[in-house]
Design a protein around this ligand. Structure first.
Ligand code: SF4
Ligand code: SF4
Length: 138
């Protein structure tokens, strides 16, 4: 994937975590080009949307993103190669909210059908990473 080519970022978030989390740290990381968003050009405006996986087992991810891509193409003639999906860190790694998503591999397999760029992680917080390194977050 070439980050320079992307115009739109979809942040896919855990539906359970989103019952509590407003998504601030994901959005701020994108805005500041931190964590997994570091490779995107700082001087380029990136359009973005947040979606949840829809709840366990995450199967709604495919139809939600598929619908978004369909509308984007139909109404604005923007193709999926301009779009990247980021799986939020609370899905991909153990964190304050709990262990990583037990359906992560299934969600990745689902999204592979979209034949588009999928990136793991969003915000990488220093405190959480320290606890992962120390084995506190397993
Ligand atoms: S990574 Fe953090 S900010 Fe983003 S959805 Fe998960 S808990 Fe919320
Ligand atoms: S499938 Fe994973 S990411 Fe989605 S709600 Fe369940 S635990 Fe969260």
């Amino acid at each position: 994937m070439n980050p320079q080519d992307k115009d739109i970022v979809i942040i896919l978030q855990c539906a359970i975590v989103k019952e509590r989390c407003g998504g601030y740290f994901c959005e701020a990381a994108l805005e500041k080009r931190e964590g997994a968003f570091t490779p995107y050009p700082a001087d380029k405006h990136l359009r973005h949307i947040n979606l949840t996986c829809g709840g366990c087992c995450g199967r709604a991810s495919l139809r939600k993103i598929s619908n978004y891509l369909h509308q984007l193409k139909k109404r604005e003639d923007i193709s999926r190669d301009k779009v990247v999906v980021h799986l939020s860190t609370c899905m991909t790694k153990p964190s304050y909210h709990g262990p990583k998503c037990p359906h992560l591999d299934y969600i990745k397999e689902l999204l592979s059908r979209l034949e588009m760029d999928i990136v793991e992680d969003t915000k990488i917080g220093n405190k959480a990473q320290k606890k992962r390194d120390e084995g506190i977050y397993k």
